[in-house]
Structure formats: C-alpha cells, structure tokens
Ligand binder design. Sequence first.
Ligand SMILES: Nc1ncnc2c1ncn2[C@@H]1O[C@H](COP(=O)(O)OP(=O)(O)OP(=O)(O)O)[C@@H](O)[C@H]1O
Ligand SMILES: [Mg+2]
Length: 248
Amino acid sequence: MSRGKVILSLRNITKSFTEDSKTLKVIDGISVDIGEEFVAILGPSGCGKTTLLRIIAGLEKPDGGEIIFTSKDARIGFVFQFPTLLPWMSVLENVALPLRVNGLSWQEAKERARKYLSLVGLASFEDFYPRELSGGMRQRVNLARALAIEPVLLLMDEPFSALDPLTAESLRSEVLDLWLWGVTSVRTILMVTHSVDEAILMADRVIVLTARPAKIAGIVDINLPRPRDRRSADFQALEDKVYELISS
Ligand SMILES: Nc1ncnc2c1ncn2[C@@H]1O[C@H](COP(=O)(O)OP(=O)(O)OP(=O)(O)O)[C@@H](O)[C@H]1O
Ligand SMILES: [Mg+2]
C-alpha cells in the first residue's frame, strides 16, 4: 500500500537490452503504487535500478507495462548517479540552464536558481566553477538543479554513495529536512541506494529488488519516528528483515 494518494503507478514494467544479437533481460514485471512518500529502492549492483529510474523519468522506454501518473503535473527532478556539471559554467548558470531550456528568461532562471542554491546552503558559491567545489558541494549543486525545476517527484540515484561518510550523513539529513518541512515542491522521493542502513534511516518504505532481472523481492514499511536511531532495537529488527529479503 502506498502512503497518501497515489501519484505514480507502475504496472508490470519489463525491459530488455539487446546488443550484438544478445538479449539481456533487466526488468521482469515490476508493479507498485507510489504515494506522497519517501521510497528507497534497494538492490544488488547491476540489477536494473538506474534503468528503472530512467524508465520512470521517461528517458528510457519499457518493452511492456504501463507507467501512470495520476497528477496532471508530473514534473520530475532527477539527481543522476554520475552527474555532470558544465565546467565552463558557474554554479548559478549550471542550475539556471535547465530552467532556461524550459522557457524562463535568463533573469528568471537565475532568480529561481539562487533560491534553490540557498536552500542547499550554497548561496555564497553561485559564482564558483565546478572545479572549485568539493564533492559534497558539487552534489548540492546537483540537488539544487533537480529541485529548481520544482518537481513533484524527485528521483535520486545513489545520491550519497560518492561522498565521504561525514558529508554523506549531513547531506542525508538536509535532504530529509527539506522534504519533511515541505519547503520545496517535492511530494515524493524515489531514491536508489546500495545501503540498507541509508534506506532504513531515510525512507517510509523500502522496495527490495532481486538480482537481474529485477523483480520486487519484497517491500518493507519503515514505521519509525524521525530522526531515527540506528542503535534502537526496532531499527536493527528492520535491518534484519531487509537483509532476509536480500538473501532470499
Ligand atoms: N543502454 C544500455 N544498453 C545496454 N545495456 C544496458 C544499458 N543500460 C543498462 N544496461 C545493462 O542493464 C543492466 C542493469 O543496469 P543498471 O544501470 O540499470 O543497473 P544498476 O542496478 O543501476 O547498477 P549499479 O548498482 O551498478 O548502478 C546492466 O547489466 C547494464 O549493463
Ligand atoms: Mg545504477
């Protein structure tokens, strides 16, 4: 069961890739309803997680099945697994560019970009260039860029896995706070992760995928109050439950 009203339904999504006459089945019948909630998608490397997000974002066409957005405004933000910032553009221009592409004037785009840079704590870095930023700051720019299009649905593909543990931990709680406080347009987050700990720390539900071709091995509800305590018995019991699904 999704939480809140359903905003996205996946119905029996399938996907294969064919290369050199070899066919690789990647997604094998995924069906799930997603509401106004934070959902983590957990699965082994290469199982098809990025492909699933790309299908939801409309960047990849499924072979079969249906993706149904129930809201008229189905704007989607995407924080990519290997994001690229344009090196010759400032932080502000990097965030403003997609808005420009969406039809805003440069001035409007820059105003909007400033707002989101400030939400992610980069207000004073708008004139910096990507090479002048730390990895954590770059990831904040990626987040600001995704938020600035004011999406209802935010897709994040392993957004913290390239960061050092301390930076990752503070960015995790900042992203959660932004979402919980409702200061952005985002109502639903779908986050791909490798980390059981991260999934249980952040999400309302954890979807565990099988190895390729990806099917849903199980869905675990995380009914813990936030902020969550990793050392609590309830947290650890949920970890056990998720690990059981992974090894099933
Ligand atoms: N455009 C493509 N053409 C051919 N094969 C592809 C394409 N995209 C993905 N694949 C293959 O599909 C499988 C799933 O890839 P995907 O990137 O979705 O996995 P993933 O779960 O995100 O992996 P990781 O955890 O390493 O990020 C892989 O075997 C990959 O090689
Ligand atoms: Mg991936």
